[in-house]
Design a protein around this ligand. Structure first.
Ligand code: IPE
Ligand code: IPE
Ligand code: MG
Length: 236
């Protein structure tokens, strides 16, 4: 196995445990989300410094819409702040930003800001920061099936043209390599509807650390552990 084959190009993170972090301290859950948003900035910077090419962060799932209106509003407020101010630094660092998820569910001002940021950073050549927002993998796959079926129906492609590459290109993550490593914080060992198609050969790392306590040192340790792994992709 060449060293290159093992390189961490794409890191995907399930940022979990904000609520428990706050509850443990007798604080409202919203304070955990606030601290979590600060850690997002720190880890984005760190990932770039550590040579990660694609960083995908699970910020809000399609299932998270089922939370209390209060909590959803808190999260959308933090998102607005992030889109308005914090992304400036990201942009100065030559980072390209894209969003994956169901935009129809989000407020119009947020959707507009997202589109602006994507087009403003499109030509940046540094790390790609991909933010999964109102994202659900099953919904993504169903949408991809519909798009593919429509192409067949219109006669643009034939049934035999459908292969792994064509189907991958129908997903939100088109043009992105699959995640090499998926990290989940907070001790939960599940995927929660994240990148189901894309993680076919990803490595996994679960840590008990809650997202607001996550830091660069821990990320370095996780990458060092990942670098020791042997990925076989079915080969002997
Ligand atoms: C992750 O933290 C943030 C989101 C899912 C939006 P949680 O809010 O899930 O925190 P816990 O899991 O309840 O501790
Ligand atoms: C997954 O965390 C989604 C995000 C981190 C945005 P959840 O806290 O929503 O996942 P479950 O409900 O514990 O599976
Ligand atoms: Mg959670």
């Amino acid at each position: 196995m060449s060293k290159d084959e093992n390189k961490l190009r794409h890191l995907a993170i399930i940022m979990d445990g904000n609520g428990r972090w706050a509850t443990k301290r007798g604080l409202p859950r919203s304070m955990g989300h606030k601290k979590g948003a600060e850690v997002v900035k720190e880890i984005t910077r760190a990932a770039g410094e550590l040579g990660v090419e694609f960083l995908t962060l699970y910020a809000f799932s399609t299932e998270n819409w089922k939370r209390s209106e209060d909590e959803v509003q808190t999260l959308m407020g933090l998102l607005r702040d992030y889109l308005k101010s914090d992304l400036k630094e990201v942009q100065e660092n030559n980072v390209r930003i894209r969003f994956i998820g169901e935009r129809e569910m989000l407020d119009a001002d947020i959707v507009q800001k997202m589109a602006e940021i994507e087009s403003e950073t499109l030509k940046n050549t540094g790390m790609t920061l991909c933010i999964a927002l109102s994202y659900g993998s099953r919904q993504e796959i169903v949408n991809a099936v519909k798009k593919t079926a429509a192409l067949v129906k219109e006669g643009d492609i034939s049934l035999n043209d459908i292969d792994v590459k064509l189907f991958s290109d129908m997903l939100y993550t088109k043009d992105m390599p699959d995640p090499d490593l998926v990290v989940r914080t907070s001790g939960e060992q599940r995927i929660s509807n994240y990148l189901l198609w894309q993680i076919a050969y990803s490595e996994f790392y679960f840590t008990d650390v809650l997202w607001p306590d996550f830091n660069k040192k821990l990320l370095e340790d996780i990458i060092a552990e990942f670098n020791k792994r042997e990925r076989r992709y079915g080969k002997a």
